[in-house]
Design a protein around this ligand. Structure first.
Ligand code: FEO
Length: 172
């Protein structure tokens, strides 16, 4: 059985992961409007990955005989100034999610909930990967410095991303 505190914290994280999916879908739409088809595809895959995170938490709460309580999902922003700005926003968001996961771990430790702690180890590893992946794209875009030819190549590369079967780490 999950403690009430742990259950509420996991439900809050389900909402946060849903928001992440929603945010990346919005970023994908912005990239489509900016004619960055590869970036749009990359964010679409990212959005799908976040839904994988939602389901991982959802299934875990159900398995532990907890109660899933779904709340309203905040509307994400829909406008960014540049390809660099949209990926910088994604990087900042992943850093925020890492903080949320760390706080969840603190709750699990405080509740002596070793099973949840084990589940969260997967998320800790995932956050390291996600932060590194988005930061690498930010660095590439900084090097490109808005040059159309470089942007074209980065966009083409990001268009090759594939969704991992686990809903976790994907290629690129
Ligand atoms: Fe589910 Fe990108 O963190």
């Amino acid at each position: 059985m999950l403690s009430q505190k742990m259950q509420e914290a996991l439900n809050a994280q389900i909402n946060a992961e849903y928001y992440s999916s929603y945010l990346y879908l919005s970023m994908s739409a912005w990239c489509q409007e900016a004619n960055l088809k590869g970036c749009a595809h990359w964010f679409l895959i990212q959005s799908q990955e976040e839904m994988g995170h939602v389901l991982k938490l959802f299934n875990y709460v159900v398995d532990r005989k907890g109660r899933v309580r779904l709340g309203a999902i905040e509307a994400p922003p829909g406008q960014w100034q540049s390809p660099l700005a949209v990926f910088e926003a994604a990087a900042a968001h992943e850093q925020h999610v890492t903080e949320l996961i760390n706080k969840l771990v603190q709750v699990a430790v405080g509740e002596n909930d070793f099973a949840t702690h084990t589940l969260l180890e997967w998320f800790i590893t995932e956050q390291v990967e996600e932060e590194a992946t988005v930061d690498a794209i930010v660095q590439q875009l900084k090097l490109a410095d808005g040059a159309p030819a470089a942007l074209f190549l980065i966009d083409r590369e990001l268009g090759s991303r594939t969704l991992a079967a686990s809903g976790g780490q994907s290629e690129n």
